[in-house]
Design a protein around this ligand. Structure first.
Ligand code: NCD
Length: 315
């Protein structure tokens, strides 16, 4: 399986076999997340974040440092020449001279695909508007496999903002490659995007609900998401769904004992703090797994110094 030099833009670009391979590599690299390694010594990661982030940027940088590499980048566009009017393509054409791999987060859908077309070095999508967040989905799958021992056979509920949440779009594509039953729980106005729904409905059993009540006792994984306030065109629309689903201790009364609760984080008010100490809560373990999976991805795409697989390599 060849990952060297590859971009990671969408889960749709990966086969089930490739995803399993990434999860296997993550598992074998996990001990190095504790002790460190010099596997990527001399390599440089550039993190270009045009949107806010805590976990994604810091865990990519942590992953690179733990593998012996170095990091450059910016966490806010006002700290880059974008603020002066530079376009994304020129930024990428510049940064590819400095870095061996680029991690990009941008508010525009299609931004990562466009940037990858111009980058000679592998480009990893760390969130492209409301579209996709493929590395978060790989972390979610890794967490499910680690905590439940398998992905096939699981009943998974995705809850909250399924319209604007990019992490659930990638996760839905990923789960559709496995033998899972998917329950989509959201307010009517925040139902799963049609383009994603059309793809996943052809592959696995998908049912939509507006309440968790009838399914909480059946599910193995409860994946909670934040209502993506910043992506609502109108503040009044956000006000209507704010706090629509809040997971509290009483929500879990009829849940399976071995249910696991995941959340890509950040959490606002959709999971009550007292749920954090239940045996079901796994969202802070997910954060650790984020370093592990990102170490695996960096080591895979950097395999050995990449020859530019694309046409517009600088001399
Ligand atoms: C998510 C994101 O940025 O899409 N966060 C993350 O990367 N873990 C989820 C969110 O912001 O709600």
């Amino acid at each position: 399986m060849e990952f060297k030099g590859r971009d990671i833009i969408s889960i749709e670009d990966l086969s089930q076999q490739e995803i399993n391979y990434i999860l296997d590599v993550s598992q074998s690299i996990e001990p190095l997340a504790k002790v460190g390694s010099d596997m990527l010594r001399g390599k440089i990661l550039a993190t270009l974040f045009f949107e806010p982030s805590t976990r994604t940027r810091l865990s990519f940088e942590t992953a690179m440092l733990k593998l012996g590499g170095g990091c450059i980048g910016f966490a806010e566009p006002v700290l880059s020449s974008t603020w002066k009017g530079e376009n994304l393509v020129d930024t990428i054409r510049t940064v590819e001279n400095y870095a061996d791999v680029i991690v990009l987060r941008h508010s525009l859908e299609g931004s990562a695909r466009l940037a990858a077309e111009f980058s000679c070095v592998p480009l990893i999508n760390a969130g492209s508007g409301a579209e996709e967040h493929p590395t978060q989905a790989l972390i979610d799958l890794y967490t499910m496999r680690k905590e439940k021992g398998r992905i096939d056979g699981l009943r998974v509920a995705l809850v909250g903002d399924l319209r604007y949440g990019r992490a659930v779009h990638s996760l839905a594509y990923a789960l559709a490659l496995f033998n899972v039953e998917l329950y989509l729980v959201s307010p009517d106005t925040l139902r799963m995007r049609k383009d994603v729904l059309n793809v996943i409905k052809n592959k696995i059993s998908v049912t939509e609900y507006t309440s968790l009540d009838n399914i909480i006792s059946k599910i193995d994984v409860l994946y909670v998401t934040r209502i993506q306030k910043e992506r609502f065109p109108e503040a009044t629309e956000y006000a209507k769904v704010k706090g629509a689903y809040r997971i509290e201790l009483k929500t879990l009364t009829n849940a399976k004992d071995d249910l696991i609760i995941l959340h890509p984080l950040p959490r606002v008010d959709e999971i009550a703090p007292e749920v954090d100490t239940t045996p079901q809560a796994r969202y802070f373990q997910q954060v650790w797994n984020g370093i592990v999976v990102r170490m695996a991805l960096l080591s895979l795409v950097l395999g050995t110094p990449p020859d530019c697989p694309k046409t517009n390599k600088n001399p």
